[in-house]
Design a protein around this ligand. Structure first.
Ligand code: PLP
Length: 395
C-alpha cells in the first residue's frame, strides 16, 4: 500500500512530479539522522512494538512488511499511477497472487500469445484447482463476447505479447470486459510503466516480471502487482502475507535501484531496437520482422495510441525454418544466447525450444522459425555488426 505517512514516504505527494522524478524519489526518504539519500537494505525480520499489538510504524514481521520493500512498492505503484503496489518473489509469484482471486469453477480468458510460464501457471496449477481457461485472439476484442460464459471472471493479457509482439487494444478490451462484469489484468513487463500505463486505459491490475526492465540488470528475480481496486488490494495484502512469496530486502533494494534509471534505459532500448529492426527488415535471410513500431505491423496504430515508444523487444522469423532460427541464435557474440529479457545486455533466444517450450501443442504454440531478441544498451553499431555476421554465417 502507498501508506499515508509523509515522514516515511519522504515525498509528500508523488503525483505532482514527473515520471523520472518519481522513479528516483517516490517512497524513498532521506535518512532522518544522516541525510543519506539511498534507501537502506533493512534486514530486520522483526520490529520492536510500543505496547502489546502496537507496532511503531506499521512494521511487525518481515514477511508482512519491510521498509525496503515498502519504499519499492510506493515507487513502482506511483509509476503505474496506482494507489496500491505489491512486490513478490518473482513475476509468477505475483501472477499467482492475482489468480488466487478466482474460485474453482471460475473461468479466465487468456490472450492467445503469452509467456510460456504464465500459461503453465494458469493451465497446470490453477487449472488443477478448478479454474477453466480459454485462449482468445484479443486482436478482435469482440471475441470476448463470443467466448464469455456466466463463469468468466477475468481477462488476462500481455501487450506487446511475448514472444510475437502482438498488440492488444487495452481500452477496447477493458470496456467490453467491464460491460460483461469481469476484470482485466495487463502484464506490462514488455512495455513498462514508462511506455504504457494500463491502469489509465481502464485495466484493473497490472502485473510485472520485475526480473526484466524494472530490475534491468539481470541480477534480481522479482514480480509486482499494481492496482487502484481496493477490494483487489485487500486480497493482495492478505495473499502476500498468507502465502509469503515475498522478495528479500536485498532484492527490493536492487529492483528499486534499477527503477531509478528505467526511463533513460527504456529510451535507449527503444532506439537500439529500431536500428536492429531496420537491419533485419532489409535482410534476405529474414522472412518477417515482428515489431510494433513497423508501419505494417497489424497493431501499429493501436501501439502508437497506447504506448509512448515501441520497446526493446524484437522478434523475427527466418527463411530456412527451425534449423536457420537455431543456427542464428547460436552464432551471435554480442547478443548472448540466454533466456530472460529487459536488461542492459542484449540477449537472443529460440522461444520454441527455450522460454516457450511449455506451450508446445497448446493454442499458444509459437512458430519454430522464430527468434526473439532483447535489445540491450551496448553500442548500436556493435549490435548491428553482430547480427549481420550471424545472419551471413548461415550462407
Ligand atoms: N510475464 C512475462 C511477460 C515474462 O516474460 C515472464 C518471464 O519471462 C514472466 C511474466 C514471469 O516472470 P518471472 O520469470 O520473474 O517469474
Amino acid at each position: 500500500m502507498l501508506g499515508g505517512d509523509p515522514q516515511l514516504s519522504g515525498f509528500e505527494d508523488p503525483d505532482e512530479y514527473g515520471f523520472e522524478t518519481r522513479a528516483i524519489r517516490a517512497g524513498q526518504p532521506h535518512d532522518p539522522y544522516t541525510g543519506a539519500v539511498v534507501t537502506p537494505i533493512s534486514l530486520a525480520t522483526t520490529f520492536a512494538q510500543e505496547a502489546v499489538g502496537q507496532p511503531r510504524h506499521g512494521y511487525e514481521y518481515g514477511r508482512t512488511g519491510n521498509p525496503t520493500r515498502h519504499a519499492y512498492q510506493v515507487c513502482v505503484a506511483s509509476l503505474e499511477g496506482a494507489q496500491h503496489g505489491f512486490a513478490f518473489a518473482s513475476g509468477l509469484a505475483a501472477e499467482d497472487a492475482l489468480l488466487r482471486v478466482l474460485r474453482p469453477g471460475d473461468s479466465l480468458l487468456l490472450g492467445d500469445d503469452a509467456y510460456g510460464g504464465t500459461f503453465r501457471l494458469i493451465d497446470k496449477v490453477h487449472g488443477n484447482a478448478g479454474v477453466q481457461t480459454a485462449a482468445v485472439d484479443l486482436t478482435a476484442p469482440e471475441k470476448i463476447r463470443d467466448t464469455w460464459t456466466p463463469e468468466t471472471r477475468m481477462v488476462w493479457l500481455e501487450t506487446p505479447t511475448n514472444p510475437l509482439l502482438t498488440i492488444f487494444d487495452i481500452e477496447a478490451i477493458c470496456s467490453i470486459t467491464h460491460e460483461l462484469g469481469g476484470i482485466v489484468v495487463v502484464d506490462n513487463t514488455f512495455a513498462t510503466p514508462y511506455l504504457q500505463q494500463p491502469l489509465a486505459l481502464g485495466a484493473d491490475a497490472v502485473v510485472h516480471s520485475a526480473t526484466k526492465y524494472i530490475g534491468g540488470h539481470s541480477d534480481v528475480v522479482g514480480g509486482f502487482v499494481a492496482t487502484n481496486d481496493d477490494a483487489l488490494a485487500d486480497h493482495l495484502v492478505f495473499t502476500q502475507n498468507a502465502v509469503g512469496a515475498v522478495p528479500s530486502p536485498f532484492d527490493c533494494y536492487l529492483a528499486l535501484r534499477g527503477t531509478k534509471t528505467l526511463a533513460v534505459r527504456m529510451d535507449r532500448h527503444c532506439s537500439n531496437a529500431e536500428a536492429v529492426v531496420e537491419l533485419l527488415a532489409g535482410h534476405p535471410a529474414v522472412r518477417s520482422v515482428l515489431y510494433p513500431g513497423l508501419d505494417d505491423h497489424i497493431g501499429h496504430e493501436i501501439a502508437r495510441r497506447q504506448m509512448s515508444g515501441f520497446g526493446g523487444m524484437v522478434s523475427f522469423r527466418m527463411h530456412g525454418g527451425r534449423d536457420a532460427a537455431e543456427r542464428v541464435s547460436a552464432a551471435t557474440k554480442v547478443f548472448t544466447l540466454a533466456e530472460s529479457l529487459g536488461a542492459v545486455e542484449s540477449l537472443i533466444e529460440h522461444p520454441g525450444a527455450m522460454t516457450h517450450a511449455s506451450v508446445a501443442g497448446s493454442a499458444l504454440e509459437v512458430p519454430d522459425d522464430l527468434v526473439r531478441l532483447s535489445v540491450g544498451l551496448e553500442t548500436t553499431a556493435d549490435l548491428l555488426d553482430d547480427l549481420a555476421q550471424a545472419l551471413t554465417a548461415l550462407d
